[in-house]
Design a protein around this ligand. Structure first.
Ligand code: IPM
Ligand code: MN
Length: 360
């Protein structure tokens, strides 16, 4: 029997609940496909700080390096907010990204037909939106040096090396070829030298992809355009911090941050996590939307484990459950059927089993 080692990092807040829900779905896939998923659990973020004093231990990083893929729930919470910068739970994410070389972060923002009315934007603006934000994840201002702060000054450095821009540009162009063949590179080249450098290299790499359309946008304009006419975008490629901001905007276009999965990929490793945070206000109440975590599992199946059919089946199951009117609290509207996190994942599993029976 084929078997995969999955490092499972539930984290803080709603992380453990959405992880449990998603692993039930993955177990179902395992049974259907006769594949064994071996889970190795470890703590990261705030719970790891409480246990070991550090947001990410060396053993945990090593365990992730030896896995076929990593699943992460969410980290952080008010309890750890006042810790010094380099000791906060969020450091676990940055150390995982750096330590596993996860330079490309794929954040698909897709509007499910059933949810087009749930966005704060008009339905005709959002229906049919299908944007892929490709965020550079191990460089830029998040990792640049020098950085620091004293009583009178705080500073970070936004720096990109040629190879970092080249490889993320290729990721974006390759992805675009499998979609609508359009890439928008987002920068701030009217002000920042590093952004002009970024733009020049993206143009250079574009020579290898004459079949893909490329345009450029300043980040302030891109933020506005995403809200104004999100359908104009196919693939957006951008730097670490701009991608952080734009992916939250793209997420809200789809109606809820609770719906967005992500993949963080490098040469050797891969990590999958929902875009949403740890939502401490609803943690432990079985209310959280598990769909972003469930769809992160679907991305893992498609991108890393060569089980694209199972990934697509999960995606369809989610879509059909939404079509049937089931919603967790944050996307609930009058007339919907309100369900808990566990009910939602059970519904997805039921649908998944039906889909596989249909195919068989
Ligand atoms: C994200 C998060 C992280 C980021 C934080 C928690 C470090 O906002 O994954 O988008 O800024 O990358
Ligand atoms: Mn973010």
């Amino acid at each position: 029997m084929r078997s995969y080692k999955i490092a499972v990092l539930p984290g803080d807040g709603i992380g453990p609940e959405v992880m449990e829900a998603a692993l039930k779905v993955l177990d179902t896939v395992g049974e259907m496909e006769s594949v064994k998923f071996e889970y190795e659990y470890a703590q990261v973020g705030g719970c790891a700080i409480d246990e070991t004093g550090k947001p990410l231990s060396e053993e945990t990083l090593k365990m992730c390096q030896q896995s076929d893929a990593v699943l992460l729930g969410a980290v952080g919470g008010p309890k750890w907010e006042s810790l010094p910068q380099d000791q906060k739970p969020e450091q676990a994410l940055l150390q995982l990204r750096g330590g596993l070389g996860l330079y490309s972060n794929l954040r698909p923002a897709v509007v499910f037909p059933a949810l087009a009315g749930a966005s704060s934007l008009r339905e005709e603006v959002v229906s049919g939106v299908d944007v892929m934000v490709v965020r550079e994840l191990t460089g830029g201002i998040y990792f640049g040096t020098p950085k620091g702060a004293d009583a009178n000054k705080g500073w970070n450095t936004m720096v990109y090396e040629r190879h970092e821009v080249e490889r993320i540009a290729r990721v974006a162009f390759d992805l675009a070829r499998k979609r609508s063949s359009r890439v928008t590179s987002v920068d701030k080249a009217n002000v920042l030298d590093v952004s002009q450098f970024w733009r020049d290299i993206v143009i250079e790499i574009h020579q290898e992809y004459p079949d893909v359309e490329l345009d450029h946008m300043y980040v302030d304009n891109a933020a506005m355009q995403l809200v104004r006419t999100p359908k104009q975008f196919d693939v957006i490629v951008t730097s670490n911090m701009f991608g952080d901001i734009l992916s939250d905007i793209a997420a809200m276009v789809t109606g809820s941050l609770g719906m967005l999965p992500s993949a963080s990929l490098g040469e050797k490793h891969a990590l999958y996590e929902p875009v949403h945070g740890s939502a401490p206000d609803i943690a432990g109440q079985n209310k959280a939307n598990p769909l972003a975590m469930i769809m992160s599992v679907a991305m893992m199946l498609s991108y890393t484990l060569d089980m694209g059919n199972a990934g697509a089946a999960i995606q369809s199951a989610v879509s059909e459950v939404l079509e049937a009117g089931y919603r967790t609290g944050e996307i609930y509207q009058d007339g919907d059927k309100l369900v808990s996190s566990t009910e939602m994942s059970d519904l997805v599993i039921k649908q998944l089993i039906q889909i596989s029976a249909r195919v068989a």
